[in-house]
Design a binder for this molecule. Sequence first.
Ligand SMILES: [Zn+2]
Length: 58
Amino acid sequence: MKYCLNCDWQASATDDSDRSPSRKAIDHHVETGHTIDSSDGVIPLTIVDEPAISLVRE
Ligand SMILES: [Zn+2]
C-alpha cells in the first residue's frame, strides 16, 4: 500500500492492473509535490531510477 502524507490519496496493488502502485505513487508525487509513504519507505523527492517519468500522458 502506498499512501500520501499530504492528502487522502492512496494506491494498492489491487485497484489498477496496468500501472503499479509504485508508479502511481510517483505520478501522484510528480503531479502534486506530495510526499508518498509506504511499507517500502518514503519515496525520495529525487527519483533517479525512473527515466520514464514524464508529464506527457499517453
Ligand atoms: Zn497527495
